[in-house]
Design a protein around this ligand. Structure first.
Ligand SMILES: [Zn+2]
Length: 304
């Protein structure tokens, strides 16, 4: 029985394009998520009224073609790690991670805006503290199609260097990734005792379906970034990693966390302090984002 269900799902998965699957998930999830239900209802009403107007206009001559829907412009949220009272990692020669993360995010934002293909927003536009769940909420309220968190953390082993890209998993790919996620998730200690991560109020099964689709897209995005970094930016061994980072926990927004290098390594810190190197990182990431959306990255948002 289970095998039958599995094979049916496989058939559906293979025969329906990715975009349509995402819309189907949206419709199913609408039964359980009021905000989605409203969005789906709106779409239904719009299509009903469109039908009426078509009927009227076909009575006489052929209908005039008047306007068309605006193309959807993907919303990208860039998340420079840390900020304000949370400096992030402190570099070999004293550079703060929060400044490196912010400067690179601003550069990437400029490059993406210049293409005219995206709406781009930053989770912080100054050197200020933003709690982790505040960053996730910001992406949700802006109906993001992609969330990119940017960091340059530190390790106890100062000889380790290179960039890496993370997607979410409850089980870390290795001990080093688990340790990094644990330090990152601890950033909220700067926000006081009341900061916590709210769990999404959705039915478990539907949430996991949506999550599966999101996870696949997150992994595809991470692969794109690693591919762009290759031969341009020094990469960590096994650069595509996974760990339980709180900022990657949106169930419906493909999310990645880019470690641009390690502040604890003298060479990485020196590189990241140079604007030319940060521009190289940004242009590699812009190329990866272009490729992701060109092959049909998530352009719908489940909350309408
Ligand atoms: Zn960090």
């Amino acid at each position: 029985m289970n095998d039958n269900i599995k094979s049916c799902n496989d058939i559906v998965r293979k025969s329906i394009p990715k975009m349509s699957r995402r819309i189907m998930l949206s419709a199913s999830a609408a039964l359980f998520m009021p905000s989605i239900a409203i969005a789906v209802d709106k779409v239904t009403k719009n299509s009903t009224s469109a039908k009426h107007s078509t009927n009227k206009s076909t009575k006489g001559k052929a209908p005039a073609i008047v306007g068309r829907a605006k193309p959807h412009v993907p919303v990208i949220i860039l998340d420079p790690g840390h900020g304000g009272k949370d400096p992030g990692a402190v570099g070999y020669s004293g550079t703060y991670e929060k400044h490196i993360a912010y400067a690179t995010a601003v550069e990437l934002s400029k490059q993406l805006m210049r293409t005219g293909k995206y709406h781009v927003k930053l989770t912080r536009n100054a050197d200020k503290f933003v709690p982790l769940d505040g960053r996730v909420d910001f992406a949700q309220s802006n109906k993001a199609n992609l969330f990119v968190s940017m960091h340059a953390d530190a390790l106890n082993n100062h000889s380790i260097r290179g960039a890496s890209v993370y997607t979410l998993s409850n089980h870390a790919s290795d001990a080093q990734s688990a340790a990094l996620a644990s330090v990152e998730n601890n950033a909220d200690r700067y926000g006081g005792a009341n900061v916590h991560v709210a769990s999404p109020a959705v039915q478990k099964i539907l949430a996991s379906l949506v999550k599966l689709e999101t996870k696949k897209e997150s992994v595809a995005m991470a692969q794109n970034v690693v591919r762009s970094f290759h031969s341009r930016v020094n990469l960590l061994q096994n650069p595509k990693r996974y760990a339980a980072f709180v900022v990657l926990k949106s169930i419906n927004i493909p999310s990645i966390l880019v470690e641009m290098g390690f502040m604890s390594n003298r060479v990485d810190e020196e590189s990241l302090k140079r604007a030319a190197y940060r521009t190289l990182i940004a242009s590699s990431m812009r190329q990866a984002i272009d490729r992701y959306f060109a092959i049909g990255g998530s352009v719908t948002h489940l909350t309408g």
